[in-house]
Each structure stands twice: as structure tokens, then as C-alpha cells.
Design a protein around this ligand. Structure first.
Ligand SMILES: NC(=O)c1ccc[n+]([C@@H]2O[C@H](COP(=O)([O-])OP(=O)(O)OC[C@H]3O[C@@H](n4cnc5c(N)ncnc54)[C@H](O)[C@@H]3O)[C@@H](O)[C@H]2O)c1
Length: 269
């Protein structure tokens, strides 16, 4: 199988799918024939995602869930199985960021809030999602956790986000070993700087400064860059890939950016 048709008919949940990366993944999955349960804490925007998918002849339904709440995540998994009769995969994408500040200035409340969504939320999605995937006897089960470059590298002024994302990578690696014998792959996607609403009210010129500072190609990524990897990981072409934390970052993780001067810049003319 050397195309993406292997994903056709699979059933997958995408959390945080009302916006940003999750929305792009849900749309990409539906375009390729995956039946998608779009889930988000934001019902209005989540339902809009479903409407857009259906307008494009894709199959999707919405379920409102706060990934930090046990009963919501249980309800989400039950809904997927009741609606489609099975579950093949889950993309644990919902997440929030925190304001940038030195570690000691974060409050305990900020730590608890972020950890409940970015780390516990992923654990809950895995706990209940994997149970359902096992019960479905999915031949190509998959779990994709959206971590971050902050899941594999330290970041100044981002200690609480970074600790949660490292935790997501840890969950991913351990679970990959647990479920490898049962045909479930478990991988993490580690995006670099991608243009989504997670940037909030950050002024455009500051976002562009971040892009120049953090991205070797000098520009922000597009949510589709992440969606394409998520599609590959859901397909039968990726069955031998598990326990990996795969970056989508234009090479940011590869090392430090240092100023460089070409001897022959005219080659570019
Ligand atoms: N955009 C980036 O540059 C970037 C980089 C690295 C990692 N990430 C990660 O990618 C994931 C998606 O981020 P994004 O950029 O698309 O953000 P986004 O803000 O555009 O979208 C996040 C979605 O998650 C939902 N959400 C928030 N809290 C929730 C909760 N408790 N329960 C359910 N849904 C909830 C929001 O309503 C929103 O629809 C996050 O885990 C984030 O940490 C993003």
C-alpha cells in the first residue's frame, strides 16, 4: 500500500479540533475518507468545523469535551464508539500555552491549569482512547499526541509548558512499547512555530520576530504542515513507526542559528 487510501473508513477522534492544528488535522483526515469525531471545549467553533467538513463531502460529528475532565473524555470516547461502532485512532491535540516568564514567577494555579489540559488531558485521551481502540480490534490503530519542540528541548521563560510537553513525549514513548504487540502505534508530533490562534493577541510584528528568531527558514509553519504528518501516521505506510517524537519545524531542533556570510551570494541571482 503506497498511498493514503488505507485510511479510508477509519474512525478517529481529534481533540482541540475547533481551531488551529486540530482543525487542519480533522479537515485533512475527512478529505481522505476518515470518519472524524471533532471534539473541542468550544462548541460553536467545533460545530463550524463539522459543517465545513460536511460541505466538502467529508464525514464528521461534533462532541463537546474539556480534555482535563475525566467524565468528558469518557463521554467523548463512548460517543465515538456509539456513533461509528469502533475507534481506530485518536489525536490528542487540545492544548493551551502559558504567558512567558521565569520559572519562579509562575503561580501554582497556572501550573495546575496548564498541566491539567496539556498533560493530564493527553493521558485521559490515551487511557480511554486506547481501551476503545483495543476493544475495536483495530488492525491499524494509532495514537498521535501533539507535543511541541518544547517536548524535546528546554525553553527559557516557558518552564510549565515545557514540562507538560516533555511529559507528553514520555507518555508517548512508554505507551508505544505497551501497545506495539497489539497493532497500535503511538507517536508524538512536535511542531515548531505554526501560525494559529495559540498566538492570541501577540502583535504581528512580534510573531514575525519569533519566526525569524526560531525558524531556520524565517517563516511560520502552516497548520497543514502538521496535518500532513498526522495523515501519514494514521496510514498503513507508517505501521513501523512508533514511539517517535517527530518534529515539524523547518529544522529548528537541529541546532543553533548563527549568523553566516556567503562567499558567493551571486549563486542565488
Ligand atoms: N501553534 C504552534 O506554534 C504550536 C507549536 C507547538 C505545539 N503546539 C501545540 O499544538 C496543539 C494545538 O495548538 P494550536 O496552535 O492549534 O492552538 P489553538 O489555540 O489554535 O487551538 C487549540 C484548540 O484547543 C481547544 N482547547 C483548549 N483547551 C481545551 C480543553 N481544555 N479541552 C478541549 N479543547 C480545548 C481550543 O478551544 C482550540 O480550539 C497544542 O497542544 C499546542 O500546545 C502548537
Amino acid at each position: 500500500m503506497t498511498d493514503f487510501s488505507s485510511v479510508k473508513g477509519k474512525v478517529a477522534i481529534v481533540t482541540g479540533a475547533a481551531d488551529g492544528l486540530g482543525k487542519a488535522v480533522a479537515q485533512c483526515y475527512a478529505e481522505n475518507g476518515i470518519k472524524v469525531v471533532v471534539s473541542d471545549i468550544n462548541a460553536d467553533k467545533g460545530k463550524k468545523t463539522v459543517e465545513e467538513i460536511k460541505a466538502g463531502a467529508g464525514e464528521a460529528t461534533f462532541f463537546q469535551a474539556d480534555v482535563s475532565k475525566v467524565e468528558d473524555v469518557q463521554g467523548l470516547i463512548n460517543f465515538a464508539v456509539e456513533t461509528y461502532g469502533r475507534l481506530d485512532g485518536i489525536v490528542n491535540n487540545a492544548g493551551i500555552s502559558a504567558e512567558s516568564r521565569p520559572t519562579h514567577e509562575y503561580s501554582v494555579q497556572e501550573f495546575d491549569k496548564l498541566t491539567a489540559i496539556d498533560l493530564k488531558g493527553v493521558f485521559l485521551g490515551m487511557k480511554f482512547g486506547i481501551e476503545a481502540i483495543l476493544k475495536s480490534k483495530a488492525p491499524g490503530g494509532f495514537v498521535i499526541n501533539v507535543a511541541s519542540l518544547a517536548g524535546i528541548m528546554g525553553n527559557s521563560s516557558m518552564a510549565i509548558y515545557t514540562s507538560s510537553k516533555h511529559g507528553v513525549v514520555g507518555l508517548t514513548k512508554s505507551a508505544a512499547l505497551d501497545y506495539a504487540p497489539y497493532n497500535i502505534t503511538v507517536n508524538a508530533i512536535c511542531p515548531g512555530t505554526i501560525r494559529t490562534s495559540i498566538w492570541g493577541d501577540t502583535p504581528e510584528e512580534v510573531v514575525q520576530q519569533y519566526a525569524k528568531l526560531l525558524s531556520p527558514n524565517g517563516r511560520l509553519g502552516d497548520p497543514k504542515d502538521v496535518a500532513h504528518l498526522a495523515l501519514f501516521l494514521a496510514s498503513d505506510m507508517a505501521r513501523y513507526i512508533s514511539g517517535s517524537a517527530i518534529t515539524v519545524d523547518a529544522g529548528s531542533h537541529a541546532g543553533k542559528l548563527t549568523p553566516t556570510q556567503w562567499s558567493h551570494p551571486e549563486i542565488l541571482e
